[in-house]
Ligand binder design. Structure first.
Ligand SMILES: Cc1cc2nc3c(=O)[nH]c(=O)nc-3n(C[C@H](O)[C@H](O)[C@H](O)COP(=O)(O)OP(=O)(O)OC[C@H]3O[C@@H](n4cnc5c(N)ncnc54)[C@H](O)[C@@H]3O)c2cc1C
Length: 443
């Protein structure tokens, strides 16, 4: 029950950092009321739309966040985009504090000549399509026979795993079958993954490399050999990486069907060549230039703020403090830049919640008796908000229409997600079979 001095806090973004922030706030300021806004009708940010569909164990973190949304003092308000439906200034007038937890959704640009050629694709476009993100629909860009992945971090390894996996490897996943089918109809024949760093320093998690080594598809090789016995002299994580890569390229590893994968380390992208479309990528390697033929180039070199994002000017790349000023804060990738896995957002959110609590204690942020919080939003905004119970309806629906071997069939159309969350049924004209067919979905 809200008292006149209950701090009203708006969190923009329901990804891991927004959820962890709310969890921490409930601990350090237990009398607060929190509204978590998201532009999408579904919560969880990149847990739903970034984490690979075949890594359901990672997506299971949402069960912990479910408990958060069941808390009386927490409200989910999906389908509300800050900058479109409500401005930051309006939120700041209505809430005692606003926290930006909007992540970073644009692929970092490659920044070499030719990077704008058709066929150069950000990894985000692939990972969103495989996760049926409504901004992407189910469309997977055409990749062709020779795919070059630029980057050696975990997102690059997620993309590589997708390129070498077969249909049977997606059992128990929630992959967007339309995207998977379009790739498997004409899968890559050759894949070259190119990392700027030497193998031990490349950014990939050793566990992810090991997973690739155990997949019974794809043949790996590397002309940049890792010195035998090198692992023993390296720090633990680097040693893990080297031993996994050695396992992948070991000559005794059986030959399998699937793309031939070449792993390259220590190569720096110079330019993308092509006439009307990408044809090759040139890299600097020691004192020579290496050209790798390519029908498509997938860049997996990190993420940045979308240029036209309403809050772009307020996101940071590694800010020390979450406090922009008393009453306005940021957390997660919007604070630290595109670094760190899900658990790192918990520590980050704890620190930001502590800053908010400190501001409440020292009075630089005072719970104003007149701040109405969510109830002060215009009625048309409140009415369009998708609440947690409505999300549960959509969640249940997606599970109920999962195809055989899948745990969920995500609706790839936001209007449809909203309609189903609001209780649309097969008889509803918004969800008529013709409309659904057009939208590549079913009810
Ligand atoms: C492809 C990919 C795969 C990954 N895989 C893993 C993995 O397997 N394991 C792991 O631990 N980590 C993984 N990560 C990292 C992890 O996803 C991030 O650490 C984490 O999601 C960052 O959390 P966040 O809340 O800051 O941002 P996000 O998760 O991006 O959440 C931001 C939220 O803000 C919302 N939003 C944005 N703008 C607005 C607006 N204007 N108004 C309202 N809402 C808005 C978005 O819809 C979104 O829900 C992966 C990242 C990527 C990109």
């Amino acid at each position: 029950m809200s008292s006149p001095t209950t701090p009203k806090i708006a969190v923009i973004g329901s990804g891991p950092s927004g959820c962890y922030l709310a969890q921490s706030l409930l601990r350090v300021a237990p009398d607060c009321e929190i509204a978590i806004l998201d532009r999408l009708a579904s919560p969880f940010g990149l847990v739903r739309y970034g984490v690979a569909a075949d890594h359901q164990h990672t997506k299971a973190i949402t069960r912990q966040f479910d408990r958060l949304f069941q808390h009386d003092a927490v409200r989910f308000a999906g389908g509300i985009e800050v900058g479109r439906d409500v401005s930051l200034d309006e939120l700041r007038d209505l809430f005692d504090a606003v926290v930006i937890a909007t992540g970073l959704s644009a692929d970092r640009e490659l920044g070499v000549p030719g990077a704008e050629l058709p066929g150069v694709i950000g990894a985000g476009a692939i990972t969103r399509a495989l996760n049926a993100h409504p901004d992407e629909g189910a469309a997977l860009p055409e990749l062709g026979s020779d795919v070059v992945i630029i980057g050696g971090g975990n997102v690059a390894l997620d993309v590589l795993r997708f390129l070498v996996k077969g249909r049977a490897d997606y059992e128990g996943s929630d992959v967007a079958d339309a995207a998977l089918d379009s790739y498997l109809a004409a899968p890559a024949e050759r894949v070259t993954l190119v990392s700027r760093s030497a193998a031990p320093d490349s950014k990939g998690d050793p566990q992810m490399l090991k997973e690739l080594a155990t997949l019974p598809r794809a043949v790996y090789s590397s002309p940049d050999p890792v010195a035998p016995g090198a692992a023993a002299r390296l720090a633990r994580v680097a040693a893990g990486r080297v031993s996994a890569i050695s396992e992948m390229v070991a000559p005794e590893r059986a030959r399998f069907d699937g793309p031939e994968v070449t792993l390259r380390f220590g190569l720096i992208p110079l330019r993308v060549r092509g006439d009307r479309r990408v044809e090759a990528v040139e890299f600097a390697a020691d004192d020579e230039v290496v050209a790798v033929p390519a029908t498509s180039v997938i860049t997996a070199i990190g993420f940045a703020t979308q240029r036209d994002h309403a809050l772009a000017a307020l996101t940071a790349e590694g800010a020390e403090s979450g406090r922009i000023e008393p009453g306005l804060y940021r957390t997660g990738w919007a604070k630290r830049g595109p670094r760190g896995a899900i658990p790192e957002n918990r520590a980050c959110a704890r620190a930001v919640a502590d800053e908010i609590a400190a501001d409440l204690v020292d009075g630089s942020l005072s719970a104003s008796s007149s701040a109405p919080g969510f109830d002060g939003l215009p009625s048309e905004v409140r009415d369009r908000a998708i609440g947690y119970e409505q999300w549960l309806r959509l969640d249940e629906h997606e599970r109920s229409i999962a195809h055989s071997g899948r745990v969920r069939h995500k609706l790839p159309d936001h209007e449809l997600m909203v309609a189903v969350a609001r209780g649309a049924t097969a008889e509803d004209p918004r969800t008529s079979s013709a409309t659904l067919h057009q939208r590549g979905s079913q009810l």
